[in-house]
Design a protein around this ligand. Structure first.
Ligand SMILES: Nc1ncnc2c1ncn2[C@@H]1O[C@H](COP(=O)(O)OP(=O)(O)O)[C@@H](O)[C@H]1O
Ligand SMILES: [Mg+2]
Length: 337
C-alpha cells in the first residue's frame, strides 16, 4: 500500500482575484518615467470542489498563466483571496501551505533542473515537505513512477536523456510528490506530439479518478478540455466571460467570444452555431482596455451601450456568462436541418 499518508482534500475558493503589473507603456518616452498598469487578471471568482476538473481557455495574453500563478502562490495578487477549505492562502506561503497547490508547466525541458537526476529531484521534494520517513523514500519514489506510468529506471536519468513525453510525466510526478490537493496544468500538453498528448491526457484522467485530485487544466485545445474537465471557464482579457458545465458551454455558448473560440476549432463546431464566425485580429492591449466590455471592439453583436459598463457574470438559464446581449441559446428549428 501507499507509503505516504493520506490527507483531507478541501475545496478551492477564488474570490475577487486581481493581478496587475506596472509596465513602461509602449510609445511613451522612458525618460519621462511614465508607466501604465496592465490588468492581467481582473476580479476573478470561482469555486472548485475536491476532485473536480476545471478547464480554462482563451487566447494568448488573456491572463490564464497569471491566474494560475496567483492561485499557486507564484504571483502576488493585487486584491482578492485564494482559499482551500477555511484556510486563506497568502501569496507568501509557508512550506505546509505551498504543498497544497502544485503546478505543471508547458515546457518540461526548462522547468526541470538539467543537472539533477529524477531521483535526487524528487527526493529533495519529499524531504523538504516531510512527506515520508527517510526509510520509505525509495518505496515512495517507485510508487510515484508507477503513478505516472514510467519505468523505475527513469529515476536514475537526467532530464536530457528522456523524451518530451517522459519529461512531462516527470513534471507530473514532481507536482504529485508533495501530496497536493489541486494541480494546475498550464498548457502542459501543448508542446508534446499529438500521440503523446493523448497518452498524457489519459494518464491525467486516471490520476483524477485514483487520487480524487482537483485539476485546473489550462489549454488551447477545447477537445482536450472536454475530455478531462466537467466544467470550463472562458477568459478574455483577464476576466471570466463564461463558465459552466463543459458540454453545456460548448454546445450552447451564450457569450459571443466563446462562440467565436468554438467556431475557430472546426472539429468542435458540430452544431454549426448560427451567426458564429472565427475571431478577427488579436485582443487589445491589457494596458489600455476599452471602457465597458473589453470584447466589444471585436464583437459581432456589440451595441453602443456595451461601452458604458463592464459586464459581470450573470447566471442565465443554463450557466454563467458576462454579455449584455447573450446569444439566444435556443437553436432555431430551421437551422437544425
Ligand atoms: N511579469 C509580468 N510583467 C508584466 N506583464 C506581464 C507579466 N506576466 C504576464 N504579463 C502580461 O499579462 C497579460 C496576461 O499574460 P498571461 O497570464 O501570460 O496570459 P496567457 O497565459 O493567457 O497567455 C499579458 O498581457 C502579459 O503580457
Ligand atoms: Mg500562458
Amino acid at each position: 500500500m501507499t507509503a505516504a499518508p493520506s490527507r483531507a482534500i478541501e475545496a478551492l475558493t477564488v474570490d475577487g482575484l486581481s493581478v496587475s503589473f506596472t509596465v513602461a507603456a509602449a510609445g511613451w518616452p522612458r525618460r519621462k518615467r511614465q508607466v501604465g498598469t496592465l490588468a492581467a487578471v481582473s476580479d476573478v471568482s470561482f469555486t472548485l470542489a475536491p476532485g473536480e476538473g476545471l478547464g480554462v481557455v482563451g487566447e494568448s495574453g488573456c491572463g490564464k498563466s497569471t491566474l494560475a500563478r496567483a492561485i499557486a502562490g507564484l504571483a502576488q495578487p493585487t486584491s482578492g483571496v485564494v482559499r482551500l477549505g477555511n484556510q486563506t492562502l497568502s501569496s507568501r506561503r509557508s512550506r505546509s501551505t505551498s504543498r497544497r497547490i502544485q503546478m505543471v508547466f508547458q515546457d518540461p525541458a526548462s522547468s526541470l533542473n538539467p543537472r539533477m537526476t529524477v531521483r535526487s529531484m524528487l527526493t529533495e521534494i519529499l524531504r523538504v515537505h516531510e512527506i515520508v520517513d527517510r526509510s520509505q523514500v525509495g518505496q515512495r519514489l517507485e510508487e510515484l513512477m508507477r503513478m505516472v506510468e514510467l519505468p523505475p529506471g527513469v529515476l536514475d536519468q537526467r532530464p536530457r536523456a528522456l523524451s518530451g513525453g517522459q519529461r512531462q510525466r516527470v513534471g507530473i510526478a514532481r507536482a504529485l510528490a508533495p501530496l497536493p490537493e489541486l494541480i494546475i496544468l498550464d498548457e502542459a500538453i501543448a508542446s508534446l506530439d499529438v500521440s503523446v498528448q493523448a497518452a498524457v491526457l489519459q494518464l491525467l484522467r486516471t490520476l483524477q479518478g485514483e487520487l480524487g485530485l482537483a485539476m485546473i487544466f489550462i489549454s488551447h485545445d477545447l477537445s482536450a478540455v472536454r475530455g478531462l474537465c466537467a466544467r470550463v471557464a472562458v477568459m478574455y482579457l483577464g476576466r471570466i466571460v463564461e463558465v459552466g458545465p463543459v458540454e453545456e458551454v460548448l454546445a450552447r455558448p451564450a457569450h459571443p467570444y466563446t462562440r467565436a473560440l468554438i467556431a475557430a476549432e472546426p472539429s468542435l463546431d458540430e452544431t454549426r452555431l448560427p451567426g458564429a464566425a472565427g475571431l478577427a485580429g488579436e485582443p487589445p492591449s491589457a494596458i489600455n482596455l476599452p471602457t465597458g466590455c473589453a470584447f466589444r471592439n471585436r464583437c459581432p453583436v456589440a451595441q453602443d451601450s456595451c461601452a458604458d459598463s463592464v459586464p459581470t457574470l450573470n447566471p442565465d438559464a443554463h450557466h454563467d456568462q458576462a454579455c449584455f446581449f447573450p446569444i439566444d441559446t435556443v437553436v432555431p428549428a430551421a437551422s437544425q436541418a
